[in-house]
Every structure is written in C-alpha cells, then in structure tokens.
Design a protein around this ligand. Structure first.
Ligand code: ADP
Ligand code: ZN
Ligand code: MG
Length: 498
C-alpha cells in the first residue's frame, strides 16, 4: 500500500506544473567507543570541549606505511541492526573501496567507503505526515569512515582530525520524496529510528546525523526525472527544509527563463538563507574508486544478523499509529509521547500499573513528566533519573482517582517526590495531606458560612456564582486537601439548611 500526499503546504506556493523530486543521502555516526579502523576514541563526536587533534593516530591521519586495523565489529553490528530494522537486505559479503579526493580534512587523500558492494540494499521507512501514511524506499546503505573537519579562521586553514575515521553508515533513498516538508518529516522519523535502535545519538547539531539533499523538478509526474543538484551537509532539519525550498524556487526561475539546470553542488549558508553554487559536481570517474587492498571483505552471517537484531523495538511510526488507534490519543499528543523511546516506554509502564483512563496518564506524562525533564533546574539527563518512577506516577494517579487526595494536590506531591525521592503514600502520610474527615470538613464549612453572612445572603437569593467564593475559602482553610466536589455539595447542603 502506498499513499502519497502531493499537495503539502510548501508545494502549494510553488507555481503549477512543476513536480519536485528529492532523494536524500544521510550520514549517521554510529555510536561506538572507537573509530572504524583504529583504536582512537570517538569522544569528539559527543563532547563539545575536546581539543582539536586530541584523538588521532597514524592510522586515522593516514601516515605513509600504516595499515587499517580489522574493522570495528561494533560498528558493523550497529549498521546491521539499522539495516535489519528498516528491512534492507544485508549482503552476506560486502567490500571496501577507496574514494579518492583531495581536501584539507582528508589527510589520507582517500576515504574508505563501500562503493561496489555495499552493506545492504533496499528497505523502506514509514512515517506519518499530516495524518497520512507515507513509505519511502531506500536504495542502499553502506559503511564508511568520516573525514575530519576544516575551517578558515583569520585567513588560516585549520584542520581538526578528531573526526577522521569515526564510523558512519550512509543511507541513500530512492528519489521518492515530493516536497521539502516531506523530506523534513522523513529525516525527523529517521532520526527517531536511529535513536530508538540505539545505533546513533542522532544529534544533528553535533553532526551525528547530516544529510545531502538531491533536488530536481519536472513539468509533471509522468515526465522523466529532471537534472538534479545536490545540497551538501545539512545538519539541521530546518536548514534542510529552507535549503530545498530555496533550490526548488531557483530551479523554477532558471527553467522559466528558458535556461537549463546544471548538475552542481550547493552549500547552504544559513546566515543569509541562500545556497552557494559551489562547484561542478564530481563524476564517478573523478573519484577513481578501487578496492581497498588492505581490507578483507566483511562477511555477515545469519547468526551475526540475529545477534545484532536482538530486541528490536517497535519502530516509532508504528507506535504512533497504535497510540492514536488503540488509546485514542490525539495525533499531536501522541507524537510528543513517542518522540523519545524512553518516554514512550515510561508511559507504557504507567499504563500497565495504573487502573484509570489512558488519557489521564498521557496528560500527566506530557504536562508533568516532560516538563520536569526539560526543566533546567532539575538537570535530569534522562527519564530514568527522574525520581517519579512509572510506579510512583501510577500510584499518585490512583490515589487521586480514589479520592485519597484531591486533584489539586497532585502537582504538589509530584514536585515533593522529585525533591525527596519518597513515594506518594509516604509523602501524603508525612505531610498530613489526607483530606479532612467529613465531620471536620462540615465544621470548617459552617465556620466559613458564619464568617461571611453577606455572601451567604446573596447565594440564598439565587446568585449561584458566589458559591465559588465560599468554596475557595473552604479550600484555603483545608490547605487544598479537601476534594473540591465534596466541598461543593456539602456547602450547598449546609447553606440551604441555614
Ligand atoms: P549520483 O550518481 O549523482 O550520486 P545517485 O543515482 O547515486 O546519483 O543518487 C544519489 C541520490 O540522488 C539518491 O538519493 C537518489 O534518489 C537521488 N536522485 C537521483 N536522481 C535524482 C533526480 N533526478 N532528482 C532528485 N533526486 C535524485
Ligand atoms: Zn586513530
Ligand atoms: Mg551515488
């Protein structure tokens, strides 16, 4: 089944008669401790304050005469896990090639990559855009080493080789995407998937996930594909969306003026929100690919695939669908719940214990749990550091539902759990938060009525609105412990009986 939405918002603004075609190449840094062909640390990919050229050795900096070490097994395992999750067919044997090019950040003068026989072929990624199911097919995925980084500062070329040799998997899609917003939704989903699988941190700002967007336009969907351009190295989803929209408009202008599209490479400048048409694209021949003579093929057995695919989680898009269908959670609330796997797992643990409504649990996770996690005051890195465990949250909700404490006290107790780590029951006992006994409550109510004869008179004359003032006074006297509904009915009873 294949459902495609052709008119997304950004396409509506594009003059009629052109269809946009986009294919993405996504580079993902695999979450290993060490690099692909040497023992150097990959720390610089995750920590901001690593000094330049700290984690390097003769192998990753390409000194003459050195040989790559046998491939990092963990990197292969993570790439296979990803391939398996998106149903790519994994080749029993794949090869490494040298891709030759000359750039300051590539001290070896070539990059070790898989060109002829990549790790896996095919597969697909499902996601939901504006409520509609989408499926984007993958062309292939391959392993390669990351190059370093270079920049010009004060007129001087600076090179940082910490990143040289960090393991990457590159995923190449079919030209199946039809708008910038579709491409953005695809990358959002892909990022979720790699994080769900534990294959990559997927932090785009840190460069753990970067994409190149290939863009072309054609008069209509029945025409052959147009000439494409390639926008390089987009490290944020917003840049991707802006850059693709900019490029579509540029191509339309060129074609409408009777020109033709050249196959060029574009660098996106986010400062000025413009692409820089940087160079004519290299052709395959320019790279002079040949087999890497110092590495044997990667052999992947069925047993290795089975090991790498152990405990594959339900993928986020399926989870999203399930939450919307089974739990009747609104699509936007459901997205918030599934975005991080640990949050969705937490939510489901709450549901297993809590006996009340799913909607109530969902609202609490969104409003209180996520807020507490995102509050810089708290400094929790992940949900499992939150003292309000799924058990405690379920207990708190059950206690509110049973009327043991008033709903109004819920957030306060939630905060107390964070501060003390104690259970809701302990906090209620120790802080004396149980609602007052009915006799005590009646006493308080009678006192409030006696203290405010003016309001009572207005109520008795038929002004129901003033009742809220009396309820407020009773709640204040009980320090929020009483159940507002109980207070209301008792107040009416006592006031009517006066
Ligand atoms: P190249 O040989 O230039 O690297 P590939 O055929 O390997 O091109 O494709 C690279 C990426 O570009 C893939 O994601 C593919 O889907 C996409 N692509 C190919 N042709 C087009 C096109 N005409 N318009 C948009 N994207 C395209
Ligand atoms: Zn090294
Ligand atoms: Mg290619």
């Amino acid at each position: 089944m294949r459902l495609k939405k052709k008119t997304t918002e950004d396409q509506d603004r594009i003059p009629m008669n052109y269809e946009t075609v986009i294919g993405l190449e996504i580079h993902v840094q695999l979450k290993t401790q060490s690099k692909l062909f040497c023992g150097c640390s990959t720390r610089s990919a995750y920590e901001r304050d690593v000094p330049p050229n700290r984690h390097i050795c003769p192998i990753c900096t390409g000194h003459p005469g050195v040989l790559p070490r046998p491939i990092n097994r963990k990197a292969v395992e993570l790439a296979v896990r990803l391939a398996s999750a998106v149903q790519s067919s994994i080749h029993p044997e794949s090869d490494f090639d040298r891709k030759n090019y000359f750039y300051a950040d590539l001290p070896k003068g070539y990059q070790i990559t898989q060109h002829g026989k990549p790790l896996a072929e095919g597969g697909f990624i499902d996601f939901i855009l504006d409520g509609i199911d989408q499926r984007i097919d993958l062309n292939h995925m391959h392993l390669e080493e990351d190059p370093g980084k270079s920049k010009i500062e004060g007129g001087v070329w600076l090179v940082d080789m910490n990143r040289c040799g960090v393991p990457l998997v590159e995923i190449v899609t079919q030209p199946d995407l039809r708008s910038a917003s579709e491409a953005a939704a695809f990358v959002t989903e892909f990022r979720r998937i790699v994080r769900y699988l534990g294959v990559s941190e997927g932090n785009m700002e840190m460069g753990n996930l970067r994409c190149d967007a290939n863009v072309s336009i054609r008069p209509s969907s029945s025409d052959p594909l147009g000439v494409k351009t390639e926008i390089k190295n987009l490290n944020s989803i917003r840049f991707l969306e802006d850059a693709v929209n900019w490029e579509i408009k540029r191509q339309i202008r060129v074609l409408n003026a009777g020109g033709e599209i050249n196959q060029i490479t574009i660098a996106w400048d986010d400062q000025v929100k413009e692409g820089q048409l940087s160079r004519e694209k290299e052709s395959e021949a320019d790279y002079r690919y040949f087999r890497e003579p110092n590495l044997i093929p990667v052999a992947i057995s069925e047993a290795f695939i089975a090991d790498a695919s152990i405990d594959l989680p339900e993928l986020p898009a399926r989870r999203l669908r399930r939450y919307i269908r089974e739990h009747e959670i609104s699509p936007s609330d459901a997205v918030t719940l599934i975005d991080e796997r640990s949050v969705a797992d937490y939510f489901e643990s709450v549901l297993m214990i809590y006996s009340g409504a799913t909607k109530r649990a969902a609202d609490w996770v969104r409003n209180h749990v996520l807020r507490a996690l995102n509050d810089p005051e708290n400094a929790f890195n992940q949900i499992n550091e939150l003292p309000v465990t799924a058990e405690y949250l379920a207990e708190l909700l059950d206690l509110m539902d049973a009327g043991v404490i008033s709903d109004a006290l819920g957030p306060q107790i939630f905060q107390k759990i964070i501060e003390t780590g104690r259970s809701p029951k302990q906090i209620i006992e120790q802080e004396g938060l149980r609602p007052p006994e009915e006799d005590d409550l009646i006493q308080i109510i009678d006192q409030v009525l006696a203290d405010d004869p003016e309001t009572v008179r207005r109520y008795r004359e038929g002004n129901d609105k003033v009742l809220n003032r009396l309820i407020g006074q009773v709640m204040k006297q009980t320090r929020g412990r009483a159940d507002a509904q109980t207070v209301r009915s008792l107040l009416i009873e006592r006031a009517d009986a006066l």
